[in-house]
Design a protein around this ligand. Structure first.
Ligand code: NDP
Length: 334
């Protein structure tokens, strides 16, 4: 499979170019950036043969089978719809778009064009998160009652940029991290979000009304209540997820991360014990699942619909924070 990159981004160079190249027979053949010299620089730094400063020129390349979209968030919608019209399969970064309506238009355009659209929610591909899901599904903790997600981190300077001061580019912690946690909870609990409450803060890092911290609670359709904390500003909190059930708790420590690290423990009447996990690169697994879907052998780890739903939760959290009210999660799939 030959790939074109739409977006000369950090996540592409740090994680996705190598993840694509780790798949047998996969090649990155071109990169597109809105700026010609950045495109050229990115191509050189990542040993990519062709570079473009216009998305239509990249999409006109018949050798490109699939594109990975990792531009800033406000560009995803138009780029994905153009890629679908050009017949390319698409792995798109989260959030799929700035609004649920745009994300649905992307999903519908890909369905009509007969191309695969995947959402790059990497945490579903973590061996730790997959193990937690397996334990919950197997009944190891009994009926799940409640959950907590700890995902307050400190953004390194090279990732601050538009995330902390450009609301028009989809900056802010809710579109950046809450979407991941909402997706992870849907995945682990096998349940759909119904309503949320939440509050955001803008403290030391953000400008222009962008939120750099958020706490929210989601009620799911199986009765589980989940509490989430995401931030850009917290240096030493550590990350984790806890699912508490009627007979036990499963706890992931240092698992809300891009790296294949962390531990999973079960705590119940017998005490606490670690559960063995075979770590693997999250992004390599994401690309492998996506390319299997393109071959007709499965689905992307996170589908277009998963991307729409994580965005629906983020939209509800943002609205709850603005209004101070409980907000229903508007699922377009009901
Ligand atoms: P970057 O800031 O690195 O890149 C985003 C865009 O900003 C690029 O496409 C580029 O635009 C522009 N840009 C890059 N460098 C510069 C520069 N030096 N000067 C001016 N503009 C520049 O973003 P990230 O890699 O952090 O995020 C990209 C996307 O990926 C987002 O949607 C984000 O939410 C998502 N993401 C997902 C992760 C995951 O694990 N799933 C992890 C990190 C990000 P152009 O293309 O026009 O050159």
């Amino acid at each position: 499979m030959k790939w074109g990159l739409i977006g000369a981004s950090n996540v592409a160079s740090e994680h996705m170019v190598s993840a694509i190249r780790a798949q047998p027979g996969h090649e990155v053949v071109a990169v597109m950036s809105g700026n010609a010299s950045r495109a050229q620089e990115f191509a050189k730094a990542n040993s990519i043969a062709e570079f473009y400063d216009d998305v239509d020129r990249l999409l006109a390349q018949s050798k490109v089978d699939a594109v990975y979209v990792s531009s800033t968030n406000e560009k995803h919608c138009a780029q994905v719809i153009a890629a679908a019209a050009a017949g390319k399969h698409i792995l798109c970064e989260k959030p799929l778009a700035l609004t649920v309506e745009d994300a649905m238009a992307m999903r519908d355009a890909c369905a009509q064009a007969g191309v695969v659209l995947g959402t790059n929610h990497h945490l579903r591909n973590a061996a730790t998160i997959r193990k937690i899901r397996e334990l919950v599904r197997s009944g190891a903790i009994g009926r799940p009652l409640c959950a907590r997600v700890f995902h307050a981190v400190h953004l390194p300077p090279h990732l601050q940029g538009w995330r902390v001061d450009k609301p028009q580019a989809g900056g802010g912690v809710v579109l950046d991290i809450t979407v991941h946690d909402a997706d992870t909870l849907r995945f682990v609990l096998d349940a759909e979000p119904v309503e949320v409450v939440g509050m955001t803060q803008s403290t030391s890092m953000s400008e222009n009304g962008v939120a750099d911290g958020v706490m929210a609670v989601i009620r799911f359709d199986n009765g589980v209540m989940a509490q989430m904390h995401e931030a850009f500003t917290v240096r030493h909190a550590g990350t984790g997820i806890e699912i508490h059930g009627e007979i036990g708790s499963v706890i992931g420590r240092n698992v809300m991360t891009q790296r294949p690290v962390g531990e999973v423990v079960i705590r119940d009447a017998l005490g606490e014990r670690e559960v063995e996990v075979q770590h693997e690169n999250l992004y390599v697994r994401s690309v492998a699942e996506f390319s299997a879907a393109v071959r007709g052998a499965g689905r992307p780890a996170a589908t277009a619909e998963d991307g729409v739903m994580s965005l629906a939760v983020a939209a509800a959290v943002a609205e709850a924070s603005r209004s101070g009210c409980t907000v229903r999660v508007m699922s377009p799939f009901k």
